[in-house]
Design a protein around this ligand. Sequence first.
Ligand code: C2E
Ligand code: CA
Ligand code: CA
Length: 762
Amino acid sequence: MPRISETQNGTTAVLIAGNGRGPAETIESLLLRGDPKKFGVQRATSYDAAIKAIAEETHDICFVGETLSGRSGIEFIRETVASGWCVPVILLTNPGGNEAGLEAIAAGAMDYLLAEQLEPESLARAIRHGLDRKRTSLQLRDERQAKAELQQQLLDLQAAKEDFEELSAQHARVAEELYSAREDIKGALDKAEESERRYRTLSESSPVGIWHISFDGKTLYANAAMNRIFNMNRDDDLSGDHYEAYVGGDGRKIMEEHLAILSGGETAEWELEITPKGGGDSRYVVVSGAPLLASDGVAKSALTTVIDITDRKKAEESMRRLAMHDPLTDLPNRVMFQDRLSHALAQAHRNGSQFAVLYLDLDHFKIVNDTLGHPTGDLLLKGVAKRLLRCVRETDTVARLGGDEFAIIAPDLKSGDYVVALAERIIKSLGEAFILQGQKVYTATSIGITAYPTDDTELDTLIKNADLALYAAKESGRGLFKFFTPEMNAKAVSRVAIEKDLRQAIEGEEFALLYQPIIDLRTRHVISAEALLRWHHPKKGIMPPDEFMPVAEDSGLIGPIGEWVLRTALKQAKDWQEAAARPPGVSINLSSRQIRHGFSKELVTKALGEAGLSPDMLTIEITESLVMEDTGSSIDLMKSLKDIGVILSLDDFGTGYSSLSYLNKFPVDYVKIDRSFVRDITVDKDDAVLIEAIITMAHRLHLRVVAEGVEKKEQLEFLRSQGCDFAQGYYFSKPVAIKSFVEFIRNWSRKGGRANPKSRPA
Ligand code: C2E
Ligand code: CA
Ligand code: CA
């Protein structure tokens, strides 16, 4: 853009538009008259040249005449103004041209100069004004231009800003979307990562095995704990394995069943025994799982947790062993016996085989315990257990049911032969002496046997049968075995009926006592009468004690019955005091368990007082087995009875296996040889020897001997020859009612004590 550079270096550029001489020439000469360097003058003689020159805007001021090459100066002014050129134009008027001058100013000229009045001062003034004007208009134009530029810039800026805003809005939207997308992804990732991490941590550090298994049995994943369970290294990979690689037999069936449950969409839990892939003992695990849905919504596998319960199992096992075994003999106990029995039952049922159950009871074990001490008793039980195990086959079960009771299960029997042989073998084996802590100890056993399926097919009934058979074996003498028979059962059933009736018996006065005399073999006096109980059953007639005493004992009815016997016997003995010169005393039998049911020294003292009899008129017969059942309390009772002067007799002597060795431990006065020995003394040499030995031994211990069951003269002769003190039996008299007995003693003393042949059995 042209500037007034000329003025800056002191020269004012002047354009004079005009032709010819006239005012233009005047101006030029005026300007150049003073300092020629002060002005640079250019002349444009035509309109077009003038326009061309002014358009360059290099001039500071332009003078134009009223006409220029035929065109008007005013027109020139208008054109320059319209063109926006910044060179101020002054019109030089022709003479008298005020009017033209005014028109020129209106057209945009800066001023006009009247040609006739041209003077240097007015010209200088006009030029000064012109210069100012040019400067101002240039400035104005610059400002305008700057303003326009600014405006444009502003507009541009505005547009740019809008663009920017639009962009940034877009950006923000995108950013936001991005952000939220990222957040989502991050959240998802975090979650995935966390659950993955949690899963991993859980999975890898968990003591619980995690086992992902396909329904067809293949391992898809197994965690570190699974490796531990399988005795594998941490890094070993179990995946791909089929469970059949480490689950055998029953386990496979269990797996199959439970995978089927899982594939049916249900959860399942099961126990499993596995063989560790890495070797070692088998382990027990609890597997619990749920079906795992695949992305298509169908379950093809199950995710399971596996807990190693081997230790628990082992603990349980030893607990079970403790609970199932008798710690003393290490034989199976009653619990395990029942378990084995039900096992044997199921097995026999399956194969249609036979088996037998043997119940054993040691005879008089208690006496060993009480006289030789519990440690010896324990040793005896251990010894018995050992011998029993030696007698049986490997497949047989020997159990200790408690105390001195043992049981044997003998499975897979072809016939009864084995059982008979076994029972005989056991009786023989246990009959031999045990050497315990340097001393010989004897025991014996009774055995009851029942067979499946001959006797019964129910477990409880078989146990009951064996018990009944044992009971029967004991009843018929010790050291015997007996097979169960239906009669035993009938007997058991009748026992129930007997008990019911027995409760009525005392009140109904259905009892009576018979008396059997006991004869002094030296003086031939009747020294006593044994009171023997009879029950007049209202329907069944007279019942012997053997049929109801066991029931009375078991039911506890023995208490009141025994008391009735004591009182009645003493009262009746008092009654016969007048019948003879030397009136006999009375003997009563004291049954086992009677002590526990009210029989005491006090009761005896009271009954003696009531009857008005002295204690030495009463003999109490106590069986050896009673003493052995309850040694402590029975010996105490015996001592206290002896203290008050009652005579004690050891009944059924000889039926106990080790009678002689314990004889001196009992505070008795008499020993009563069991009638089973007396029966055969004349035919059986062994019995004769035994009786001889008993008599000798008893006498050495200052005991007197009674022989019971004497039926024959020869028996009596033998007994007398051996120095037996007293005798009792049918040879002298059967047990008779009180009236007959009183008669008997009268006759007896009259005849001088000879046996009445009439009283002997036919
Ligand atoms: P026990 O104490 O051994 O009684 C003797 C048994 O032998 C009696 O049988 C008697 O009748 C029988 N007897 C006597 N002489 C002979 C003979 O020469 N030959 C044969 N073969 N037998 C003879 P009983 O009266 O049947 O009594 C059986 C058992 O019942 C008794 O055996 C006794 O243990 C018990 N008993 C009887 N009465 C009572 C009682 O009042 N209380 C208690 N607790 N038990 C009694
Ligand atoms: Ca007796
Ligand atoms: Ca007896």
